[in-house]
Design a protein around this ligand. Sequence first.
Ligand code: HEC
Length: 163
Amino acid sequence: MTVAAGARGAAALAAAVLVVAAPATLAGSPWEAGKAAFEANCAVCHQASGAGNAALAPPLLSYPAKYATIPEGRRQLALTVLYGLFGDVVVDGSHYNFKMPSFVQLDDEALAATLNYVVFDLAHAPDSVAPVTATEIRNERVTPKSGAEVRAHRATVLQALGL
Ligand code: HEC
């Protein structure tokens, strides 16, 4: 074992001890659970970095942070993960015309955490932006929408944001 590997092992052990001592500090980032959910459910299309894929899905590195600054944009984030998104959309000047699947089967906490990981860790929204809450997700479960309707709502949000 190299010295570096030994140091890494010691650090991992220290982290494990810390977790046992204080479960509340388990997450290195507040969005650690969202990161895991993103990697499990979203990265296959949007890539782990959120950079997207021209043949599959748009990047998530800027628009989600902007959406999170206005109420209708926050609804848009919730609607997109709950009901998917279908049809031609423009992100940063590039067209994407695919179908994002619905993640309505994930619970409110998981979806809120996943969106917060996107908004804060991938799209770098400033701390002044309020995190998405489980309640905001739950509120959008009341009236199910189609992916096309989510796209129509998206157009109004882009207009409001001047995008
Ligand atoms: C099967 C591929 C796929 C998976 C898995 C997927 N997405 Fe998407 N996502 C898309 C596509 C495709 C679009 C654009 C849809 C279109 O062209 O109308 C999109 C759009 C989005 C948008 C809207 C971007 C904008 O600018 O309005 C967000 C936000 C988003 N996805 C988040 C997520 C999150 C969070 C997950 C995981 C819970 C996820 N996606 C999983 C394919 C996927």
